[in-house]
Design a binder for this molecule. Sequence first.
Ligand code: AHG
Ligand code: MN
Ligand code: MN
Length: 343
Amino acid sequence: MSARSRVPVGTRLHRFLFEAERQYPQATGELSALLSQLGLAGKRIARLLSGAGLADQLGPSGAVNPQGEEQQKIDALANEIFLEAFSYGQMVPTVVTEEMELPARLPENETAGKYILFVDPLDGSSNLDVDGAVGSVFSIRRMMGKGPVLSQVDLLARVSQEQVVAGYFVYGPSTMLVYTAGPRAGVHGFTLDPGIGEFLLSHPDIRIPRRGRTWSANDGNLATWDEGPRRYVEALRRVDPARGRPYSLRYSGALVSDVHRILLKGGVFLYPSGTEMPGGKLRLLYEAAPLAAVVESAGGAATDGRRRILDVFPDANHQRTAFFAGSRDDVEELEAFLSGHAE
Ligand code: AHG
Ligand code: MN
Ligand code: MN
């Protein structure tokens, strides 16, 4: 859907996709099908979360994910929901998920081609025990050649740089779907109406404010960061009313929820690398890159400190990265600190 199109607030996701497709005579409907199926997965996860505390579905699963992090029961269940949603229909032959070492094979779709799905099925799982907001992140990239992707080498040889669709769900007081199909199509937000089980357009053409007044980071890690981000945060804390400082700190510990706030209100999110995590913590393909696509399509910026996140080509399916994203003016200022050109 173009940024200038007029689809009224309250429009169902299905109708919105239909109208968007009509603007592209060459559209095959595949992306609409993918987004509808993502919507289904998001609805199922929202429902799972709403009753998890009553159904003994909270707490650790006993397993660890490929990055050695403790897996929660909900991480595993959300992963199953995404795999099940894409297990038929020839949409993608493979899903690369945070919860599995190798790309997941979908036997019914072995001959499907064209797209590959990357997903963080449940983001911010440490918030689950305290009923805090969590999310899911997804990214669809074009794929060269047909058939399942069985290895990391095969994945890297066949996946394209461009994300065709990227976005997230945030499961908060309401469930929202936010996605972009590229900068020209803009960023749109839909809120789940639980009564009818449909996502309805609630935030058309989201534009991130040029500048905000909040920063979002794990302040407890500050001593481990490089000098650039440390000095930037120290500057944001100084009293300087003319520049809107000090900025407020807002950090929930769920990337999706923190970036969602910044997308709507402006400001800057930081997860720098540091002595404890030299390559950063967040995963490129299913955390940083999709959120960078959303933030950039809304008029903001996202960088790893040296280059645009969207220019980083992956070396591995679970590759990590430093991640800075937010309002254009805030990120520009941050970059001056990162490159040592600001006081
Ligand atoms: P996940 O639950 O998918 O593993 O992601 C957790 C991530 C992200 O949501 C958040 O921004 C970050 O980890 C929080 O890390 P800290 O606890 O180090 O602040
Ligand atoms: Mn995550
Ligand atoms: Mn996760």
